[in-house]
Design a protein around this ligand. Structure first.
Ligand code: ATP
Ligand code: MG
Length: 250
């Protein structure tokens, strides 16, 4: 299973969801690969120190390097990371005009696909070539939506991109589900937004809602998932439940 976590809106919880979902699945005993496709490298730096980053997919997608040279074992058992770095930001311009540009990640993954039970891909907040590469290489898409007044703004463009990828390069791509993040259940607005997201996406919305929590916000600074940083927190319980739902849907 290859799951892309995507939303072209910034700061909606893509990275937080990617790292904690990947950690949770690995902790269940599955060989898990977390791919960071965002030049900001937030997923990468949630597990690794900058000096331990050997390179990024840029070296593979653009420079024809071997993906095995950029695999890094994380502190979490069974969790391997393909790190990102700022070089990734040049991918789109470097691959301009290359006919196989959208397929490069898929082709690259073929070499190591059998080594992993689950692959989770964190994407940048754009619908550009990196995100399209992720969608072409994936079996499923998971969409985090921030519980906010503007929650549904932009989702048409997002679904349109998924449809375009489904129409040609990857007809088998499925929307795994929508997860509501950064939720504040104490407010009327929070409740209202949840209702609207449920109306828009129906059964695609995961039962598990991720609450706003300081523990989740601070765990990357400790280079740890929420399960290592605050195992008894609400955030840990919520991401654990989300991973159970994800595994039951794939
Ligand atoms: P970008 O589009 O920049 O890649 P993103 O969609 O990956 O952003 P995150 O980096 O996961 O979003 O989250 C944005 C910010 O909100 C981060 O500082 C993160 O620590 C914080 N955050 C994410 N989820 C929560 C949460 N449930 N509670 C509190 N803070 C959160
Ligand atoms: Mg991110």
């Amino acid at each position: 299973m290859v799951i892309t976590v995507m939303n072209q809106k910034g700061g909606v919880g893509k990275t937080t969801t990617s790292i904690n979902l990947a950690a949770s699945i690995a902790m269940k005993g599955f060989n898990t690969l977390l791919i960071d496709l965002d030049p900001q490298a937030n997923s990468t730096l949630s597990f690794l120190e900058r000096e331990d980053v050997p390179g990024s997919l840029y070296d593979v997608l653009v420079e024809d390097g071997d993906i095995k040279d950029v695999l890094v074992e994380s502190k979490v058992r069974k969790l391997t990371v393909v790190p990102a770095n700022i070089a990734l930001a040049k991918t789109e311009s470097k691959l301009l005009g290359e006919l196989d540009a959208p397929f490069r990640l898929k082709d690259t993954l073929a070499a190591i696909r059998r080594d992993f039970d689950y692959v989770i891909i964190d994407t940048p907040p754009t619908l550009g070539l990196l995100t399209v590469n992720a969608l072409v290489a994936s079996t499923h898409v998971l969409i985090p939506i921030q519980s906010s007044y503007f929650a549904l703004e932009g989702t048409d463009d997002l679904l349109d991109t998924i449809e375009k990828v489904r129409a040609r390069p990857n007809p088998d791509l499925q929307v795994l589900g929508v997860v509501v993040t950064l939720h504040d259940k104490r407010t009327v607005l929070g409740k209202d937004v949840l209702d609207r997201i449920n109306e828009a996406f129906g059964t695609k919305v995961f039962d598990t809602v991720i609450s706003k929590s300081v523990r989740l916000e601070e765990s990357p600074a400790h280079r740890e998932s929420i399960f290592a940083h605050a195992p008894n927190s609400t955030g840990a319980a919520e991401y654990y439940r989300l991973s159970e739902e994800v595994l039951s849907r794939v």
